[in-house]
Design a protein around this ligand. Structure first.
Ligand SMILES: NC(=O)C1=CN([C@@H]2O[C@H](COP(=O)(O)OP(=O)(O)OC[C@H]3O[C@@H](n4cnc5c(N)ncnc54)[C@H](OP(=O)(O)O)[C@@H]3O)[C@@H](O)[C@H]2O)C=CC1
Ligand SMILES: O=C(O)CCC(=O)C(=O)O
Ligand SMILES: [Mg+2]
Length: 739
């Protein structure tokens, strides 16, 4: 059977799906292809965790779990759109919305004490943060900008802010006491089962993790972020930002690093507003202010207080803001700061956006200003400073001439930091944390203090071998130099370098240019080549995969939404991610306010083409191959004719862009000669679409310019969304008539 699974997710990509999916279904129906949808939206993931509390008609299947099984099967073919990785504030909003719609869900217990509350929190924590991608990614990552996209950017460059040598923008990162400096790493010679044990100063032992199976040849690391060192660092940075008159901005990955980074974020909030937190400590405790959920949590909690108290605290906040450095803003019009919500500023997207904008962010007056970008852990922060240094020295990159940086990323089976949440702990008491194997031998140990964040990461051998193979394959296929971004001075990378040296000789690398450079050296080397118009493959671990596949695409083509993002699954199937970015909450905001959706579905078009090609080859479905080929032609024409959504209301938006893709796809199918049925059928469709173009565009554009009600945010009303995303009766009728 020829089946493609299309994921239903959240926010802008979910809205776009309501318009695009009916087109995809209509175009593939006659080719024996089934498109099945699986709902992995945040709302659906919440609901599937509490079947016992829901009425029969409210229950939803556990689609994520089903997909998690399917990705291990050889013929699976999934198109995965970006989904929300929920921070606690987002999770709470989603729960509230579902409760208001009659779903008897419990509140999120902040400080559970009873067994029942602990069980509820555990269930919600399964949904929290980046809960989807690590489950589906049973393969490594191959992300690149296709030629057509690069050519388009070269001919139609996006704006790039100029860089000045005098820019005061810089990255601030820790020089001691962080994860990078405390890391220890080993490769296991034999399979074992380990436990993680904390012993306090009185000799009391607590098992933090038990029975963790480790495979032969697996690399494990352990490290710790010192709370004291972190606080000292944050205090220095707040003072230094004030002294240098630059914006204070914090760039974390509180969504993906869902245990460690909200805690670090919370310390930044507490340090910035230290005077307020110190003066009102007992009041904050009584109303349950949780800085880890952001400054907005404080603002909303104090609403519960009597007016006099609230006003006193508000005055103290205003004073702290006046005395402290200016804060980078997420939305200056609405007064949303960089410290409001931990998921508003996510390092992979936020740093490139800043670099693209001359190294500036917005201040409270809505003006761009130089910035101190605070990235506490120094493991990867250096790549941004190196990029900033390069831009200061050489000026901004020029999209019309610059090369490209595809990435091959080690990602499979929850590799490295992005699989560490279940092994990350906020330490309760001073003492020692040991990783102990099945024979009782201590493999690694750290002296810790209360409040430190200890974590362990794993990466299995098979994914590493697959990653090296993929890197060589891409270098060979494109005859492009490949750089392994690995630091010979870092404990984890040392182990990885041994494996690269061991497994590279298994491949034919004759004539290929393959190097290992530290991330900072690799950045400078790659940027230099990039500027000269030369291409360089970055072969990186999981975190740098994430960072680099936003950084370079945003500089090269304006957005990572235009990336081809393939995950060849290790057991043979294909996971085709759409773009390399996220679910664009700002786009939903605009859509709800003015009925214009600026989401660009290019990532979906690219993913669909490779998914159809995969299906054609693996299921011997010739029609699927024709659909793939003609879709690529349609995408080329779509770019040539500039049919991407505009940012402005009243102009072509996501829906109109889908219409043009349909026109060009039908035309390409009508022109091909390999399949008579497709030719005949789509000749009629193409004609109908062309003849009705003006009418359809009018119907689509008429739907803009007014607020839209879709009956919810996380769990909108399907009918309302569908109606608002498919406002052209003429277009809808043509689609139903495709045979
Ligand atoms: N694969 C996945 O599932 C991923 C999920 N996420 C999740 O997405 C959410 C938002 O993350 P965030 O870091 O803000 O990053 P986003 O990538 O969603 O947004 C950053 C900006 O990139 C631009 N952008 C992104 N995609 C498109 C597109 N298709 N068309 C046009 N412009 C686009 C938009 O710029 P502008 O506003 O200027 O138009 C947008 O505001 C979070 O919940 C995060 O966890 C993030 C990354 C990957
Ligand atoms: O899963 C997430 O939270 C984000 C994933 C991401 O940013 C990426 O893979 O590029
Ligand atoms: Mg990313």
């Amino acid at each position: 059977m020829s089946k493609i699974i299309y994921t239903k997710t959240d926010e802008a990509p979910a809205l776009a799906t309501h318009s695009l999916l009916p087109i995809i279904k209509a175009f593939t129906k006659s080719s024996g292809i089934t498109i099945e949808t699986k709902d992995i939206s945040l709302a659906s993931r919440i609901l599937s965790n509490f079947p016992e509390l829901l009425q029969e008609n409210q229950k939803v299947p556990d689609a994520l779990n089903e997909l998690g099984e399917l990705v291990k099967k050889p013929d699976t073919n999934i198109i995965k759109l970006p989904n929300i990785s929920a921070s606690i504030p987002q999770l709470k909003e989603a729960i509230k919305e579902l409760q208001s719609k009659g779903y008897a869900l419990p509140n999120y217990p902040d400080n559970p004490t009873t067994d029942e509350d602990i069980a509820i929190k555990t269930a919600y924590d399964r949904v929290k943060g980046s809960a989807v991608n690590p489950v589906l990614r049973e393969g490594n990552s191959d992300r690149r900008a296709p030629k057509a996209i690069k050519n388009y950017a070269r001919k139609n460059p996006h704006s790039m802010g100029a860089w000045s040598k005098n820019s005061k923008t810089h990255v601030a990162t820790m020089t001691k006491g962080d994860f990078a400096h405390n890391e220890k790493s080993i490769t296991l010679k034999a399979a074992t089962t380990i436990k993680v044990e904390h012993t306090d100063l009185n000799g009391n032992k607590t098992i933090l993790k038990n029975n963790l199976a480790i495979q032969k040849d697996e690399i494990i690391d352990a490290t710790v972020m010192s709370k004291k060192a972190l606080l000292e660092f944050l205090k220095e940075q707040v003072a230094d930002a004030k002294a240098k008159n630059v914006l204070f901005s914090l760039h974390m990955k509180a969504t993906m690093m869902k245990v460690s980074d909200p805690i670090i974020f919370g310390y930044a909030v507490k340090v910035y507003f230290a005077s307020v937190f110190e003066k009102h400590a007992s009041v904050f405790k009584s109303i349950g202010v949780d800085a880890n959920n952001g400054f907005a949590n404080l603002l909303s909690k104090i609403q519960e207080l009597p007016e006099v108290k609230r006003e006193e605290i508000e005055a103290d906040i205003a004073l702290a803001l006046k005395n402290g450095p200016l804060l980078a803003m997420v939305n200056s019009e609405k007064g949303v700061t960089n410290l409001d919500v931990p998921s508003d500023v996510i390092v992979d997207a936020s740093m490139p956006a800043m670099i693209r904008t001359s190294g500036k962010m917005y201040n409270a007056e809505g003006k761009l200003q130089d910035t101190k970008a605070v990235i506490p852990d120094s493991s990867y922060a250096g790549i941004y400073q190196a990029t900033i240094d390069f831009c200061k020295e050489n000026g901004a990159f020029d999209p019309t001439t610059m090369g490209t940086v595809p990435n091959v990323g080690l990602m499979a089976q929850k590799a490295e930091e992005y699989g560490s949440h279940d092994k990350t702990f906020e330490i309760k008491a001073d003492g020692i944390v040991k990783v102990i194997d099945a024979s009782g031998k201590t493999l690694m140990e750290h002296t810790v203090e209360a409040g430190d964040i200890w974590r362990m990461c794993q990466v299995k051998d098979a994914p590493i071998q697959d990653w090296i193979k993929l890197a060589v394959g891409r270098a060979r296929a494109t005859n492009t130099p490949a750089i392994f971004w690995l630091d010979s001075k870092r404990a984890h990378d040392k182990e990885l370098i041994k494996k690269v040296n061991k497994y590279l000789p298994n491949h034919d690398t004759k004539g290929l240019d393959i190097k290992i450079l530290s991330p900072v050296e690799a950045t400078t080397f790659t940027c230099q080549r990039l500027k000269e118009g030369k291409d360089t493959i970055s072969v990186s671990g999981n975190v740098l995969r994430d960072y680099l596949t936003d950084l370079f695409p945003i500089l090269e083509v304006g957005t990572s939404a235009k990336m081809l993002s393939i995950v060849p699954l290790m057991n043979g199937g294909g996971l085709f991610e759409t773009g390399a970015g996220g679910s664009a909450p700002k786009h939903v905001e605009q859509f709800l306010e003015e009925g214009h959706l600026r989401w660009d579905s290019l990532g979906e078009f690219l993913a669909l083409a490779v998914s159809l090609e995969y299906l054609g080859e693996h299921n011997n479905n010739k029609k699927a191959l024709i659909l793939a080929d003609t879709l690529d032609q349609a995408t080329d024409k779509f770019l040539d004719n500039k049919k991407s959504p505009s940012r402005n209301v009243g102009e072509l938006d996501n829906r109109g862009s889908h219409f043009y893709l349909a026109v060009y796809w039908a035309e390409a199918l009508a022109l091909q000669t390999k399949d008579k049925q497709l030719k005949e059928s789509f000749s009629k469709v193409a004609k109908l679409l062309e003849d009705n173009e003006a009418k359809i565009i009018k119907e689509l554009n008429n739907a803009q310019g007014k607020p839209v009600d879709i009956g919810g945010y996380y769990f909108p009303n399907e009918k309302l969304v569908s109606e608002s995303m498919r406002p052209s009766k003429t277009f809808n009728n043509i689609l139903t008539r495709i045979e």
